[in-house]
Design a protein around this ligand. Structure first.
Ligand code: SF4
Length: 405
């Protein structure tokens, strides 16, 4: 069993993150994502936020990088509300966030959380002033803040000072250890600075993102012991395709298993024209396959082998999985517990009947060269044998009936 790390609880709009300390109860690990539309294009951003929310993203971050973008944030919020989409929006601010939050009060109000990167707030004496202006906005509008440190944009003045100090130590830290320590110190010192300015510790979430799996695990393991803030987990710049998925899964799974992580994002580089929703699906599947949360019925499918020389079996498994995902907006809320349903789609009689019997509902195809008939098992009992050209549709009807009854 996973023992979650107890934290303060922070509200991002209506979504609770973390908990377990000071009379709060730990809330489920929250799935987040981020748009890649130009926020100044309100219509495109509304469309993508809505898609991400439909896919299951519980918080969506949008970049607020210019006056044109800030000017559209309230419109985006209203547009989403009109569609019945209440997903909290997070504004991602770098370099000019202090100006935008002051110049666009409707933007400051429409966002549920401000992401502040201490390394991209400003330099020298301007740094404190500009950071302070953003914190003042969070206090005034009662918004959560994520102090989000990234290795790629670490405060260079801080790093230089730490390297200097490290060189004077009898046993200096290695370059990697120094980098990890600098990330953690940057996050924790910025959080303390925000508290000194009047922000409640119950408004602060921390992240320290790096792109290397082992560094991420070490940074968060350490960070988890050094503060009470909820932690946002993510392997930054995880990469494309299977590399991004594997690296994110490896890093996040180890930390989640240790009870670390109150909200997660899987940062994947999408293929051109690939849907942004993939990162939401992967984040959900990490949590669901680890038994931490359930989002949608998952299909148990065998890999197929020489017994399944046609592609029919793979097509059926994919069709059923995507159909189940499509059903969730209809089923969710109407059929409590439907997300834990286990559906099996198996390739032949070797393991098919056994796995199908273990599922809530399963189908076992005949394999190669045999008559295309497929027995269906419901709660461990064979109930019917499907035949002909419409096995997929007939099986979907049976799953639908199972859910409804
Ligand atoms: Fe091959 Fe049958 Fe096993 Fe699937 S269940 S991998 S088709 S032997």
């Amino acid at each position: 069993m996973i023992q979650r790390r107890n934290t303060r609880q922070v509200m991002i709009g209506h979504v609770a993150v973390g908990g377990g300390l000071y009379g709060t109860t730990a809330s489920p690990v929250v799935v987040q994502s981020m748009t890649n539309t130009d926020t100044a294009d309100a219509e495109a951003t509304i469309r993508q936020v809505y898609e991400l929310w439909q896919a299951g993203s519980e918080v969506v971050r949008i970049t607020v990088n210019s006056a044109e973008a800030a000017a559209q944030v309230a419109t985006i919020r209203k547009g989403l509300d009109a569609l019945g989409c209440s997903v909290p929006l997070v504004g991602d601010f770098h370099f000019n966030g202090h100006k935008l939050l002051q110049a666009y009060p409707d933007c400051a109000e429409a966002l549920a959380k401000y992401r502040i990167n201490p390394g991209n707030v400003g330099k020298g004496s301007k740094r404190d002033e500009q950071f302070g202006a953003m914190i003042e906005a969070a206090i005034h509008y009662k918004k959560a803040v994520r102090i989000g440190v990234n290795w790629g944009s670490l405060d260079q003045a801080k790093m230089a000072q730490m390297m200097d100090d490290n060189g004077k130590l009898a046993e200096p830290l290695s370059a990697d250890a120094l980098m990890r320590e600098a990330l953690i110190q940057s996050a924790l010192e910025s959080a303390q600075q925000a508290i000194d300015l009047g922000l409640s510790p119950d408004q602060i979430i921390i992240s320290c993102k790096v792109s290397n799996v082992q560094d991420l695990i070490q940074v968060y393991s350490d960070l988890g012991q050094r503060c009470e803030y909820p932690l946002h987990l993510g392997l930054t710049e995880a990469g494309m395709g299977s590399k991004g998925i594997v690296a994110s899964t490896a890093a996040l799974s180890i930390l989640l298993q240790s009870g670390i992580g109150d909200t997660i994002r899987v940062s994947l580089t999408p293929e051109p024209n690939e849907s942004r929703t993939k990162e939401v699906v992967v984040a959900q599947e990490i949590l669901q396959t680890m038994g931490i949360r359930s989002f949608t019925p998952l299909v148990t499918a065998c890999p197929g082998c020489g017994r399944t020389t046609s592609t029919y079996f793979q097509e059926l498994a994919m069709q059923i999985q995507s159909w189940l995902r499509q059903q969730m907006p209809i089923w969710r809320g109407q059929y409590p517990g439907v997300e834990t349903l286990n559906v099996a789609v198996m390739g032949c009689v070797v393991n098919g009947p056994g796995e199908s019997k273990l599922a809530n509902i399963g189908i076992s195809l005949p394999g190669t060269g045999e008559t295309p008939v497929a027995p269906v098992f419901v709660d461990g009992e064979k109930t019917v044998t499907l035949k002909g050209d419409h096995i997929a549709q007939d099986f979907q009807l049976l799953v639908d009936e199972y859910v409804r009854t």
